[in-house]
Write a protein that binds this ligand. Sequence first.
Ligand SMILES: [Zn+2]
Length: 205
Amino acid sequence: MSDAPFEQHPADTAFHARLPFGERLDASALTEGLPWAFEEITMRPLEPMLVPEKPRNGELDPENCSSCAPSEFTIWQDDLWQVRAGWDIGGLPFVGAISPREHWLLEDAPHEVLAAYGPLMQRISKAVKSIPGVARCHFARWNDGSAHLHLWALARPAGMMQARGAVLAFWDGMLPVMTKDMGGDHISIVAEALAAGGGEAFPNR
Ligand SMILES: [Zn+2]
């Protein structure tokens, strides 16, 4: 991306016009709505919402997209999809990024690619749940960092009711980090379980 000044202005829709910018909003929706996870939360004051938003990685320059380039962190791939993990071992038993091999956004991905995701999602869930100590595999799609379509698979530890729902992702940064060996073992379990159903584990190893 160039360093040219990026002209932004406040979003001026009816939705935005009613928001209390600069004010600190009440977080009791989290402390009372998700009491198993939070006791006390202080929100940052609501910041201005500026548009147009800055381009995401690979949005203007797909040739420099990191999801398109081969990666040592690709743990499994087939002709259409790839799963990456292990660039940062965290506190959850497994966190993986799932993306098409080619540079598609959700908005323009061919139906053939999207249709293949359904069965793959089922395979990933089974593979992640085969890690010892994992009860569930949750999926998320947050595409604010990279334009290339990607989804997340996150393993919830068995019995960890404090991490149920969307707060699971936050626990990855709070639970004690796994050893490299344990993180690597979990990645191998997922990669090999996926490859047993087709595709290739560790294509760059
Ligand atoms: Zn890409």
